[in-house]
Write a protein that binds this ligand. Structure first.
Ligand code: SF4
Length: 383
């Protein structure tokens, strides 16, 4: 079982303790941050954290390494900078807006309705989230979401639960009422189930069927996956290596972009790439896209290895199996990846364990490897 697993998703109002201190999540409205806000986040990360910022799969930023005693001052600073909603229930809303959603478009207007109404929503589990994916091509089809707001082939709105193939026909005027109807149904089902299985919509759908009318409209068939590189209209999609950026990276981004879009897949949409040296992934073949790594040493007291340095070294030596998903974890807590990976390399009292096809906290296939035996074993596994 995963050690010390917390059952909630952090927010700014409700941070979560991790091995390297509190995680404080910033959820940018519409996924957008101005250059001034980006610089502000970089400064706050240096002042209150350890200068590392997670880019999450749900298009949020997360300050790491915040000491509990400093958290109230950080929250006040975030509120002053308009980086967090003033009320905790507004801040609880998890909303991912599709990449390339234009200001004022249907998707934008739907997202606005949700932001405006968030303070009045009944309490939902902390991980419950919405994906607003109304453009002609859907980019959020594999993103984690409990309710998807999409359009059908004729452009008609629909609300689709989790990964069901079809959803409830809706409209802009009925959107909020329909969301309340679906979330009320979800809450009613939750009350009848034990607390251990009532976190997310898929848990409920495993137990209960939705009424037929709520699964009668299919979303547009066109889907695509966001890929690092230059895309349409001269924009760039850049990914955060190992899901993290440093405060210097944020400042470099702010120096050349008036607005930065944080989007699905731990990616950013940019008008310009930094002119100074940067760590951003801008090539879809970059092997770092397949690696999750926690902060490790020297940022986390629980870590006994330097995770990111190890990742860089293994890539430069071509020692990682091509195309496999890798997790490099400073200890068995496995903060950087909650789901199984092809290969986990886990710090263990300064040495290394390897878990194949599993999670960092599971029984290792190889244990107590030294620097030398780790490399030998990886060579064997890389084939
Ligand atoms: S997994 Fe990494 S960040 Fe989490 S407690 Fe262990 S060393 Fe720290």
């Amino acid at each position: 079982m995963r050690p010390n697993r917390k059952g909630w998703c952090p927010s700014a109002h409700r941070p979560m303790m991790s091995g390297d201190g509190l995680l404080v999540r910033i959820k940018p409205a519409y996924g957008q941050l101005s250059s001034a806000q980006i610089e502000n986040i970089a400064d706050l990360s240096d002042e209150f954290g350890h200068g590392l910022i997670d880019v999450t799969s749900r298009a949020n930023l997360q300050l790491r390494g915040v000491q509990e005693a400093h958290y109230p001052a950080l929250l006040s600073a975030l509120k002053r900078a308009n980086l967090v909603a003033s009320q905790a229930n507004q801040d609880a809303l998890n909303l991912t807006l599709a990449p390339f959603t234009q200001t004022g478009s249907l998707g934008w207007r739907c997202a606005k309705q949700l932001y405006d109404a968030a303070a009045d929503f009944a309490e939902l589990p902390a991980k419950f989230g919405f994906a607003v994916d109304c453009n002609r091509t859907r980019y959020l089809h594999t993103a984690s979401a409990d309710i998807r707001i999409e359009t059908d082939a004729d452009g008609q709105l629909l609300l689709r639960c989790a990964t069901l193939p079809a959803g409830l026909p809706s409209s802009e005027t009925e959107l909020l009422a329909d969301i309340v109807m679906l979330t009320s149904w979800f809450s009613e089902q939750c009350q009848q189930l034990s607390s251990s299985i009532r976190q997310r919509m898929p848990d409920i759908l495993n137990q209960q069927k939705l009424p037929e009318q709520w699964v009668s409209a299919a979303p547009r068939p066109e889907t695509a996956r966001l890929q690092a590189g230059q895309v349409r209209d001269g924009l760039y999609v850049a990914a955060a290596p190992y899901g993290q950026l440093g405060s210097a990276d944020l400042r470099a981004l702010a120096s050349v972009n008036e607005v930065v879009h944080i989007t699905t897949g731990r990616c950013l949409i940019l008008s310009k790439l930094p002119t100074t040296e940067h760590c951003l992934i801008t090539n879809a073949c970059d092997p770092r896209l397949h690696i999750a790594a926690c902060p490790g040493q020297p940022h986390c007291q629980a870590a006994s290895i330097q995770t990111r340095a190890l990742a860089d070294h293994l890539i430069s030596e071509n020692l990682l199996p091509t195309g496999r998903d890798i997790h490099i974890s400073g200890c068995a807590k496995g903060c950087a990846a909650a789901t199984p990976r092809d290969l986990c390399i886990v710090g263990n009292q300064g040495q290394f364990d390897i878990v194949e096809k599993g999670c960092a906290w599971q029984a290792p296939n190889y244990t107590s490897l030294t620097d030398t035996t780790l490399l030998k074993q990886l060579k064997i596994l890389a084939g």
